[in-house]
Every structure is written in C-alpha cells, then in structure tokens.
Ligand binder design. Structure first.
Ligand SMILES: Cc1cc2nc3c(=O)[nH]c(=O)nc-3n(C[C@H](O)[C@H](O)[C@H](O)COP(=O)(O)OP(=O)(O)OC[C@H]3O[C@@H](n4cnc5c(N)ncnc54)[C@H](O)[C@@H]3O)c2cc1C
Length: 406
C-alpha cells in the first residue's frame, strides 16, 4: 500500500524537526522520517552563536526549554600552536546578544521533534528511507516515491532532505559532491566533571588539526577534535579513537594561572563518535519537488561553527518556499536556492578564508597575532562568525588591510 502526504521530511535532526514544525503550523500535512528510534550521541556540534537562540525562539521553543538545553558561554578562546591566544566574545560585550551557547544535543533535538509533533507533524522514529524515485521530467508536479526499510512506500508532493552529510535525497537528486577540502575526520564525545558555572570554550589549533572544548548543560564538556594529516589518520587506524582523543586532550596546554578545567580528570560519558569524511557539498539545494536543508545542503568544517545556526535558518527559508510551492506559486522552490545564497554566500567566503589561513600555519599565526592585538577587528570577526552581522564586515578591504598589512 502506498501512503500519500503533502511533505515528507527525511531526517529528524535539528533541520528536519524545524522545517516540519513550521510547515505543520501552517496547516500542511507533514511526515518526518527519522532513522534513530531514540536519541543516541552521534558526531555533531554543540557550540553555537546567540543567533541560534534567536532562531529557536522564532520557531516557538519556549525560553525555559532553551535555558534547560543550552549553557551560556562568555567567549571562545582561540589558541594557536605558536602560543597566541585571543577571545571571540560573540556579541556578549554589546547589547546585541548574550554570548555563545553550548547545547545538550540530546535535549535540544528531542525538544524540537516534540515541537514538530505538537504542531501536528507525524514523526516516525526508527524508520529509514532507503530509496527515492524523484519525478523523471521537469515541471510535471508528479509526486516523489520514498521507499522505506521493510518495503512500505510513501508518495509526497515535496521531499525535504534533512538527512545530514550522507543525504539519500541529495544522492537521489544527483547533486551530492565531494568536499573541496582535504579529507578530515571529526571525533566527538562528552567528559564529566565540570560544574555549571560560566566559563569560556576553547578552540586549540594543534599540529595536524584542532580541538574544541565547549561547556554544555549537566556538568559536562563536549570535546570535538578534527584531524587532517596523514600521520594522525594512521595513528587513528593503529591506536583507535579512544587512545588518540585522550592523547590529544592530555597534550592541550593548561590554562594560564590554573584556569578552571575540572573536566581534565573527568571520565567519558559515551563512546567517541566519528564523522568521515567531514565535509560535503551539493551542486544545487532545490529542484522539482525536492529541497535540502541543514547539513544535507552542504557542510564545510566545524572550525567556523555555523552548522546549527544554518540548519535552523535553512529550515525557516525552506518552509516558506514549500508553502509557496504547495499554494501553486511557480518558482517558489528555486527561490529557496537564491534565498540561501543571499543569506550565506558571504559567510561561505569568510569560512573559506579561515580555512585557507588554517592550511598555511605561518599566515594563521600572523593573523591570530593581529587579531589578538586589535580589539576592533577582533570584534568584527566575532560578530561575523556568530552571524550577528553580515559577513561583508570581514570582507571589507579596510578590515582585511588591518588584519594583514604589516
Ligand atoms: C565533529 C563535528 C563537530 C561539529 N561542531 C559544530 C559546532 O561546534 N557548531 C555547529 O554549529 N555545528 C557543528 N557541527 C555541525 C552540526 O552538528 C550540524 O550542522 C547539525 O547537527 C546539522 O543538523 P541537521 O539536522 O542538518 O543534520 P543531523 O543533525 O545530522 O541530522 C540528520 C538526521 O537524519 C537522520 N537520517 C539520516 N539518514 C536517514 C535516512 N536515510 N532515513 C531516515 N533518517 C535519516 C539521522 O539519523 C539524523 O537524525 C559539527 C559537526 C561535526 C561532525
């Protein structure tokens, strides 16, 4: 038997839950298909900007839940192998925002799926999409058929790929492409032993990669390690993820003046989760009867920390486009592609520049020293990285000259 729905969302992570909430609220018939029967830690990010809190509130997540699933982080302390450090404050010194945030993803992702359900979406956990038959000819408005593990089928007028970096929707649409960065692996887990006081996150650039430490609710810190060089990847194969992550964390320089780090002696609360390859890109984010949101629509690298915020914004823009499409407005889905480009192409350029600097360590050290000694440029960088101001601030020739010209 084939079931028929207006919108099928593949993936019930942040992006999928958010787009389903918005569509169900608008009265649309939405089903969310999520592979995992219950939340389980997977390689993903926790550190985000205050702009994500704004998006969550806009989606209708109440302030109490946001406080419960998020822990305020005054700043991100960036540290280079050469010993330069500086703090990115994510707007906390301005009136604009309250600094960064560390999320408990089990709480946040569950809360958003509940929100989708309360809005009227049909959320099916423990269900996997294994195939997709997209309309063969353009402009026909034929439905897409989704094959569900176990043999059932669902026909949808619109399919949303919210299924992360290995998106089955992106692959079926023929738009999945390899990332342009060299292959890297991401490893993440939580450590116990923190308290819930406010303290900075750390982003420590290490030989062959970097390590992020972010406080999250429940007296935990999240460790996220990205390794990119061959020696590190071979070490991972021979010694295993637990040994490699422990050696990376043990080698992190202690904070000056005995800064607050009780997690250093804390135990791991779950096995290390890995993502490989880390990045992915797509040649298009929308087509006839389908579109991609969140990581499924492309993900570069966690260093610039934009995944969570982008997942929420893309979901909002996608919901508006799908609403228009179902109401018969031609060009509504292609308009999503343009809306995403308008919103994120500047930030993508900044993220690529950061990656370029990271790939040339002498240049990175130089720029880090400049940022450390120049509060105005540091603040611009901080606001751009946190999506609180348009990325053109960091692409302005005056900013680049202040950062780079000796
Ligand atoms: C190591 C690492 C560190 C990161 N650090 C940060 C950070 O500090 N800050 C930040 O903002 N971002 C970070 N990110 C990125 C961030 O985690 C993602 O951008 C965010 O989780 C995207 O959400 P999503 O809903 O698009 O995808 P996901 O959270 O990946 O959700 C996809 C969902 O789809 C489901 N699914 C997949 N395939 C199927 C299928 N065939 N059928 C049914 N369900 C399916 C999955 O089970 C999953 O629940 C990091 C990512 C990694 C890997």
């Amino acid at each position: 038997m084939t079931e028929r729905v207006e919108v099928a969302v593949v993936g019930g992570g942040l992006a999928g839950a958010a787009v389903a909430t918005a569509l169900a609220r608008a009265g649309r018939d939405v089903v969310v298909i999520e592979r995992q029967p219950v939340w389980r830690w997977r390689a993903c990010g926790v550190f985000s900007s205050p702009a994500s809190v704004v998006e969550l509130a806009r989606l209708g997540l109440d302030a109490g839940t946001i406080r419960q699933v998020g822990r305020s982080i005054p700043a991100m302390r960036v540290e280079t192998p050469g010993g330069t450090t500086f703090r990115l404050t994510y707007g906390s010194e301005s009136e604009q925002a309250a600094g960064a945030i560390g999320f408990d993803r089990s709480g946040l992702d569950d809360a958003l799926l509940r929100l989708a359900q309360e809005a009227g979406a049909d959320v099916r956990r423990g269900t996997t999409v294994v195939s997709l038959d997209l309309p063969r000819s353009a402009g026909t408005r034929e439905p897409t058929t989704l094959g569900i593990e176990g043999g059932r089928r669902i026909q949808a007028r619109v399919v949303v790929g919210a299924d992360g970096i290995r998106s089955v929707v992106a692959r079926a649409a023929g738009v999945a492409r390899r990332a342009r960065l060299p292959p890297r692996i991401g490893l993440t887990y939580h450590l116990k032993g923190d308290d819930d006081s406010a303290h900075d996150a750390r982003m420590v650039v290490i030989p062959g990669g970097y390590c992020g430490i972010a406080p999250v609710p429940g007296g935990l810190v999240n460790v996220g390690i990205v390794l990119e060089d061959r020696v590190r990847l071979r070490q991972l194969e021979s010694d295993g993820a637990a040994a490699v992550t422990e050696s990376v964390v043990a080698a992190l320089p202690p904070l000056p003046d005995g800064g607050f780090e009780p997690w250093r002696t804390g135990s791991r609360v779950e096995p290390v989760a890995g993502a490989w390859p880390l990045g992915h890109r797509v040649s298009r984010r929308a087509g006839d009867g389908w579109l991609l949101v969140g990581d499924a629509a492309g993900f570069l690298d966690p260093f610039t920390g934009e995944g969570i915020h982008r997942a929420l914004v893309s979901a909002r823009l996608a919901a508006a486009a799908i609403g228009g499409h179902l109401a018969g407005r031609s060009g509504a889905l292609p308009a999503y592609e343009r809306a995403m480009s308008n919103r994120f192409s500047g930030k993508d350029v900044v993220s690529w520049l950061v990656q370029m600097f990271l790939g040339r360590r002498a240049l990175f050290e130089y720029a880090a020293r400049r940022l450390a000694s120049r509060p105005a440029e540091r603040q611009t960088m901080s606001l751009v990285m946190s999506d609180l101001v348009p990325a053109r601030g960091a692409l302005d020739p005056r900013f680049l000259a202040a950062l780079l010209v000796p």
